[in-house]
Design a protein around this ligand. Structure first.
Ligand code: SF4
Length: 458
């Protein structure tokens, strides 16, 4: 068993038993479920909208090399700079180089899962640079020293009382502030940070190749401030976020909003085409876009798994997943949790260490049912299992167990051997993991053949 798999089992065992955790998650996902129904009403034909979105992402991913080059060509025409980063180390090094060049001591950062993926805050901190999260949920998580719990709502597992307590402990505010008062506290602190920071870092929801731009979607306006106030803006984005045209946003913005939070459209949608131009008053002097691979091309070259690159990170599959709702986002031990995380993490971070995530699924298919871009998530989970077996990343005892099982299942005589009592004893002492949270298996005292004969006689 891999180290990650042991950690996963230990963490999920604790969380699955935590009723308070379940209450908070059910409450928040319940509100989400109500909102999504309303959001969906804006689509005349939702099925068609999702199909179209899938087709657009299919085209973008099938021609990704050309789309990325087109993006670079168009973005650099307006003075933007593009950096290609093959992995985490390269991305971090490039960001640190820019920080050194700008003599940067303070950074404001808007919500970005890619920066979580490369553990950017830790790297900046080690180099004496303060990086402040400006999305309220992320700010709460940063104060608490925790990674995001969910790809859309980072502090979903916290109640308003939890947040009030956290602010009281970390910021010295009164212990019983309301959500509005807590937001005001965070806002006052963050407003100052925007004016001090030399660099703003954001992610991007979409890279748009035909106009050479990135699009950022958010509800608080913090990403706009992060990229407009500081003199330098760095956007770091996974290469799969590509869409071919500006006009595609007319479909993707409402889809992302509805499936992400149940809104018709998210409050702030910004298209950024580069640094401030001569005739413009707002915006940074310099803008960089870092295009991050970090093993995404591993997925791209896998014809079956390629579909997972269509993901627009709406988070709907997490909210629908019975496993996620039981064990929570942190148990996965990976940046991307829930069904989509279980599909891509083994390819991004290694099959040996993370294959267990694809096995921790009921394969109910609810994730596929709710996916905004119709990714066949449960089939990709199965495909991961198949690939892990094909690659030989199974243990000797597992292979032996299946061999014996197959042998016995194919021979009626072997299945009929031994009494029910003996079978109970053997199986219940062998499958200890299964029994931890379940009653003993209880085999029938008669064999299937005996029962069949009796029934046929009657
Ligand atoms: S896989 Fe689909 S449902 Fe899950 S986050 Fe991505 S787009 Fe949303």
């Amino acid at each position: 068993m891999s180290e990650q798999s042991e950690i996963f089992i230990a963490k999920s065992t604790i969380k699955a038993d935590d009723r308070e955790h379940r209450r908070k998650i059910n409450f928040n996902i319940g509100r989400y479920n109500t909102a999504v129904v309303k959001g969906k009403e804006q689509f005349a034909d939702l099925h068609l909208a999702r199909e179209r979105a899938k087709n657009i992402k299919w085209r973008a991913i099938e021609t990704l090399d050309q789309q990325l080059e087109e993006f670079e060509l168009n973005f650099t025409k307006r003075g933007g700079k593009v950096i290609w980063a093959e992995n985490t180390d390269q991305a971090i090094e490039e960001i640190l180089n820019i920080c050194r060049e700008k003599n940067c001591k303070s950074i404001v950062k808007s919500k970005s899962m890619v920066t979580e993926e490369i553990h950017l805050n830790d790297a900046l901190e080690k180099n004496g640079i303060q990086s402040v999260e400006t999305d309220l949920g992320e700010y709460i998580q940063q104060l608490d020293g925790e990674p995001p719990y969910h790809i859309v709502t980072p502090a979903m597992h916290k109640s308003k009382e939890d947040v009030a307590k956290l602010f009281y402990e970390k910021l010295g505010t009164p212990p019983n502030l309301s959500p509005e008062e807590l937001t005001q506290v965070a806002r006052n602190i963050l407003r100052e940070k925007y004016t001090e920071a030399e660099i703003g870092i954001t992610g991007a929801n979409f890279i748009i190749s035909d106009i050479g731009a990135i699009a950022v979607t958010e509800n608080e306006g913090n990403a706009r401030l992060s990229c407009a106030f500081p003199k330098t803006h760095i956007a770091i984005v996974g290469i799969e976020k590509m869409i071919p045209s500006l006009t595609d946003l007319g479909l993707f913005w409402p889809l992302l909003a509805t499936y992400g939070t149940g809104q018709k459209v998210t409050v702030y949608n910004t298209i950024i085409t580069g640094p401030r131009q001569e005739n413009e008053v707002d915006g940074p002097d310099e803008m960089y876009v870092i295009l991050l691979d970090n093993n995404r091309t591993n997925i791209l070259q896998n014809v079956k798994q390629r579909e997972s690159l269509y993901c627009i990170r709406c988070g709907a599959c997490l909210n629908a997943c019975p496993v996620y709702k039981n064990i929570g986002g942190h148990a996965y031990g990976a940046t991307y949790s829930g069904p989509i995380g279980s599909v891509i993490t083994p390819h991004l971070q290694g099959m040996d260490e993370f294959k267990h995530l694809s096995f921790a699924s009921s394969l109910c298919g609810n994730c596929t049912e709710v996916c905004s871009v119709k990714i066949n998530l449960h089939e990709l989970l199965l495909e991961n299992r198949y690939e892990s077996v094909e690659e030989g990343s199974t243990t000797f005892s597992e292979r032996m167990a299946w061999k014996i099982w197959k042998l016995a299942s194919l021979k009626r005589g072997l299945m009929n051997m031994g009494s029910g009592k003996l079978k109970n004893k053997v199986v219940n002492s062998m499958f200890k993991g299964w029994k931890k949270h379940r009653a003993d298996l209880d085999f029938s005292q008669k064999t299937f053949n005996q029962m069949w004969k009796e029934r046929y006689k009657n």
